[in-house]
Design a protein around this ligand. Structure first.
Ligand SMILES: [Zn+2]
Length: 471
């Protein structure tokens, strides 16, 4: 980039990239499945090596990394291959927030300076933003287009084909999911995005009318909302969701259960892992046995949150993300705090890209109870499947009388007087069966937990209260 801004120059998106080169480097579907998808481990690694070194070079131009790495004594020549990745200091969302506070409004990790750099067409989306302002991310044409290509690959893997109607029930606003889906579907699948947006944008009954009249073939959305649409269809409109011909539900499954959702719609449910910073990082193929990482664009590590060391394949750790394609705000060892595990064994689909397990929860929420790691989110998933509850709960951990730590799940029950005792018993059994640890369940009246969870004052909802003495 030159240091002089050309007066009056307006950048054009389609002149900002060499698309043929881009498609060679990051093949879109269906070419992808005959090229990068079937590469050997050695070939994948070689591709990652060269892209990683380019990404390092770019990151050294960005003030955030100059500061973060400089403070740790890292020099530009210190990292010579992917084997050195482990020696690079990681960072987390706290560092990003800190960088924004220090350099408002975008933070100094974006790597573009409007006072000096040539203009380029930019897009911006944000994180969900549960506390304070949402966290912005700005994308260069290269960043955005690679994310679109990967979205297209993922949807193709999961059955989307030209002329299919794909109904996107994700919010269309600042957060990235909805718009990224539209761009990926439109540009790289030949299918047609039907942008109904969330229930706040198109009421659920209208979503259903559109789905039926236009014959949407796939649904993209959060599992809880797709479940809600199915229930409204079945219970309020008397239409069997299994009869409407939905082929697949494309979701971030997280800790949600796949099976009840598949049965509700008689459709395949495919899991995906994605973020605002990166777009889609990994997605399930038709085997539904772990999510293949798009390893031509990312290097993922699985790290023990306590020791900071790699965990063996099959064991749970925090996902560290390194991007290989980003021009603005590349991520090098970003500790996402999302907990997963690398899957063992190969995938029958023939792809040798590594697979990650489902997302089990957030490591900053994880509690160790009698030697077992518990995620409050997993408890929340079971609570939300309990028909008698409104889904509100809080988990309390404290030292028990016998010297062992005890966990109590307090859950709001709609018909508290009538169904409270039965819910306590059934839910305690389900929790034990599903999470492997005995915990108490105490039913409460609707609204009674909001003082504990913070739901009342509209701050970030608290699901875990750990009253154990700090060691
Ligand atoms: Zn596979």
């Amino acid at each position: 980039m030159t240091l002089m801004k050309k007066a009056g120059a307006v950048p054009r998106y389609y002149a900002a990239l060499d698309f043929n080169q881009l498609w060679q480097d990051y093949p879109p579907a269906p070419d992808y499945f005959e090229t990068t998808y079937v590469l050997s481990r050695d070939a994948i690694r070689a591709m990652q090596e060269s892209r990683f070194l380019d990404q390092m070079k770019r990151a050294w131009e960005i003030p955030f990394y100059q500061r973060h790495w400089g403070q740790a004594g890292l020099q530009p020549g210190d990292v010579r291959s992917l084997d050195d990745l482990k020696n690079i200091p990681a960072f987390s969302v706290h560092d990003l927030r800190d960088a924004i506070a220090r350099n408002p409004p975008w933070g100094d990790f974006i790597g573009i300076d409007p006072d000096h750099d040539e203009p380029m067409p930019l897009a911006m989306q944000t994180s969900g933003g549960t506390t304070g302002l949402p966290r912005p991310m700005i994308y260069s044409p290269q960043d955005r287009e690679v994310m679109n290509i990967i979205t297209g690959r993922r949807l193709y893997m999961q059955g989307v084909r030209p002329f299919d109607l794909v109904q996107v029930t994700l919010s269309l606003g600042l957060s990235n999911g909805g718009f990224l889906a539209r761009e990926g579907i439109w540009k790289y699948t030949g299918a047609v995005p039907v942008m109904t947006g969330s229930g706040a944008q198109t009421p659920t009954r209208r979503q259903i009318e559109i789905m039926l009249a236009w014959k949407s073939k796939h649904l993209i959305g959060f599992p809880a909302y797709l479940r809600h649409i199915g229930h409204v269809m079945r219970d309020e409109l008397g239409i069997d969701p299994r009869s409407v011909g939905i082929g697949s539900l494309i979701v971030h499954l997280g800790t949600d259960d796949r099976k009840p959702l598949e049965e509700l719609w008689n459709a395949d449910v495919f899991d995906t892992y994605g973020t605002n910073e990166c777009g889609t990082l990994a997605a399930e193929c038709q085997e539904k046995n772990g999510m293949h990482v798009f390893e031509d664009a990312f290097v993922l590590e699985m790290v023990d949150p306590e020791t900071g060391r790699d965990v063996p394949d099959g064991e749970r750790g925090s996902i560290y993300q390194t991007t290989l394609f980003k021009h603005l705000a590349p991520l090098i060892r970003f500790n996402s705090n999302d907990v997963s595990a690398f899957k063992l064994g190969g995938c029958p689909c023939g792809c040798q890209h590594r697979r990650i397990d489902r997302i089990f929860g957030r490591s900053d929420n994880m509690v160790k109870l009698r030697g077992t790691n518990i995620f409050p989110e997993a408890i929340g998933a079971l609570v939300s499947e309990t028909r008698e509850s409104n889904g509100e709960y809080v988990v309390i951990v404290e030292p028990g009388a016998g010297g062992q730590d005890e966990m109590t799940v307090r859950v709001e029950v709609l018909d508290y007087a009538g169904a409270g005792a039965a819910v306590e018993k059934v839910l305690a059994e389900r929790l034990k069966l599903s999470l492997g640890v005995k915990m108490h369940v105490v039913a409460s009246e609707p609204g009674s937990l909001s003082g504990l969870t913070g739901l009342r004052d509209n701050s970030k909802v608290r699901r875990l209260i750990d009253n154990r003495p700090k060691v």
